[in-house]
Design a protein around this ligand. Structure first.
Ligand SMILES: *[C@@H]1O[C@H](CO)[C@@H](O)[C@H](O)[C@H]1NC(C)=O
Ligand SMILES: *[C@@H]1O[C@H](CO)[C@@H](O)[C@H](O)[C@H]1NC(C)=O
Ligand SMILES: *[C@@H]1O[C@H](CO)[C@@H](O)[C@H](O)[C@H]1NC(C)=O
Length: 506
């Protein structure tokens, strides 16, 4: 969604575009049908040879974290000066570098194309397909919108804030930087031929789409079986910027709080927000207020937070009533009617002494406690003054939670288990806190029994070792094609190979 605008969220991208374009990825694996359960067959499995491949990968996906490498990437930029966080992605051979906004509300990754007719000036040179020996255009197919002149698939994204991006789809090797265990992978991305609005004027080159959709970088990597179906973001705090991102699974701290995230309820990453407490007291609003339209959506590409009218008024009144010792002043920009308070002091670590604690209570009763830096931004013109980073979502009844809400919070989008986890932490030192080393030095965890119950990161190469007590695989094949019968042995060899087990065990 990549929204930086203050008064109105850049809000949810046009859904039709998602649906129309969702199927353009050629690499999508179909979901296997469920066979009728028969009596289970128990076998001890012995591993044959390490041959990571697609089927084995997708089967291993269910075995939990640690079975796959992940992509550990640093985040740059910050909320107030840029309005977004970016990561570095490298596309092509030799690699061309890009700074992309990490956006859980977008479903495609795109960079300005050398041939772009309407692209702004960004921080890196445009992508030059001709300079990459591994680039290939995505040829027209039944699933995509086609540019008939070029016989190449196209994409288009429009955002409610009136910015847009369109171009052609290409495929190339994408690499995730030096700290990533995950090896470079082929992936489909957009090569932009036109940008408008914020996408034109921003410093960052483009968007890295982490949303739900077949063109999402997440879906592509998961479908290839190279990462497990989860990613995490950790945004730095007020005045700090930067942070960390992990594509793929990672161990969750034992005191992480979770909310269910129902992919059927909304195409966006939603959470079940039930109540907001200010200074320990629940806002007196109908809980259904957080479940209208798209419900409560978490969007890493939006800067601030936007509540439906009733909840916003109640929130603003509750915070204001708790800070009557502070002077209410005008915002830094006369174009916006920001609600700001002066006299709180410069030290962010002391803001909780003046501003109330805010808790978000989820459907399961679990509670995420926010600190003032999660709902305030620093007044750029008055020292020691802060403004509410929570706004009314116009007349839109959707609750939209952007980056400010999750500053200094590790957020795990656990797509596999349909839940989203939150853990307050100092994101500037996340790797150290989680005892995870970089790929070049796969520091085995020196587990010092911190509050988080961590397991060591998997070894960077080869198949990680893991002990399996018992695997039950229900498989039934109904052969009605008589000519297949003589090939049953061949078939079982193939299945054994894909499962990486000894064929005599099938
Ligand atoms: C900010 O406040 C914290 C906690 O009270 C304190 O430890 C720190 O020294 C303060 N920093 C500055 C720069 O005053
Ligand atoms: C977080 O960690 C960074 C880097 O170690 C440090 O500079 C910063 O003061 C820490 N922030 C807080 C709130 O402790
Ligand atoms: C196998 O498939 C055929 C044709 O679909 C069906 O009639 C038959 O009942 C199936 N047999 C079993 C054991 O499922």
């Amino acid at each position: 969604m990549a929204s930086r605008g203050r008064p109105r969220p850049g809000s949810l991208q046009v859904l039709a575009a998602v649906l129309l374009l969702a199927a353009a990825s050629a690499a999508a694996a179909g979901s296997p049908g469920r066979p009728a359960p028969g009596p289970p067959l128990f076998l001890p499995l012995t591993r044959s040879y390490p041959n990571a491949n697609r089927l084995a990968g997708s089967l291993r996906r269910g075995l939990g974290e640690g079975a796959h490498p992940n992509a550990r990437m640093r985040l740059h930029d910050d909320l107030l000066t840029n309005g977004y966080y970016t990561t570095r992605l490298y596309i092509g051979t030799p690699p061309q570098e890009f700074a992309l906004i990490v956006d859980s509300g977008s479903t495609v990754t795109y960079v300005p194309c050398a041939s772009c007719e309407q692209c702004g000036n960004h921080q890196d040179p445009r992508f030059q397909p001709d300079l990459s020996s591994t680039y290939s255009p995505v040829k027209c197919n039944v699933d995509c919108t086609c540019d008939n002149d070029k016989n190449q698939c196209t994409y288009e994204r429009q955002y409610a804030e009136m910015s847009s991006s369109s171009g052609v789809l290409g495929e190339d090797i994408v690499s995730f930087g030096r700290e990533s265990e995950l090896k470079p992978q082929r992936a489909v991305f957009g090569c932009e031929n036109s940008e408008t609005g914020d996408l034109f004027s921003q410093h960052a080159d483009g968007i890295m789409g982490l949303g739900r959709g077949q063109l999402s970088i997440m879906d592509q990597l998961v479908d290839k079986g190279v990462i497990s179906d989860s990613f995490s973001l950790c945004y730095g705090g007020m005045d700090v910027g930067g942070g960390a991102m992990v594509l793929g699974g990672m161990p969750s701290p034992s005191d992480m709080v979770f909310s269910r995230s129902d992919p059927v309820r909304s195409p966006y990453y939603n959470i079940e927000l039930r109540e907001i407490h200010v200074g320990g007291k629940a806002l007196r609003v109908d809980p259904r207020v957080f479940d209208s339209k798209h419900g409560t959506v978490l969007d890493s590409g939006t800067t601030y937070a936007y509540l439906p009218e009733q909840a916003f008024v109640s929130f603003k009144d509750a915070v204001t009533s708790k800070v009557h010792s502070l002077k209410k002043i005008r915002g830094p920009d006369p174009n916006y009617k920001d609600i700001c308070f002066a006299g709180a002091g410069r030290n962010v670590s002391q803001l909780h002494e003046v501003f109330p604690a805010v808790d978000m209570v989820f459907g399961n009763g679990q509670k995420l406690s926010l600190t003032p830096e999660n709902y305030l931004f620093r007044h750029s013109k008055v020292d020691g003054a802060y403004c509410l980073g929570v706004f009314q979502n116009g007349k839109d009844p959707t609750t939209l939670l952007g980056g400010i809400i999750v500053r200094n919070t590790l957020v795990t989008y656990d797509r596999h288990n349909e839940k989203i986890g939150f853990w307050k932490t100092n994101c500037s030192e996340l790797w150290e806190r989680l005892h995870i080393g970089g790929a070049s030095s796969p520091a085995p965890s020196s587990d010092t029994g911190s509050q988080a119950d961590m397991s060591p990161a998997p070894a960077p190469s080869g198949l990680p070792e893991f002990d399996v007590g018992l695997i039950t695989i229900d498989m039934s094949i109904n052969v009605t094609y008589p000519n297949l019968k003589p090939h049953l042995h061949e078939l079982s060899e193939l299945i054994a190979k894909e499962l990486e087990i000894d064929s005599r065990q099938l």
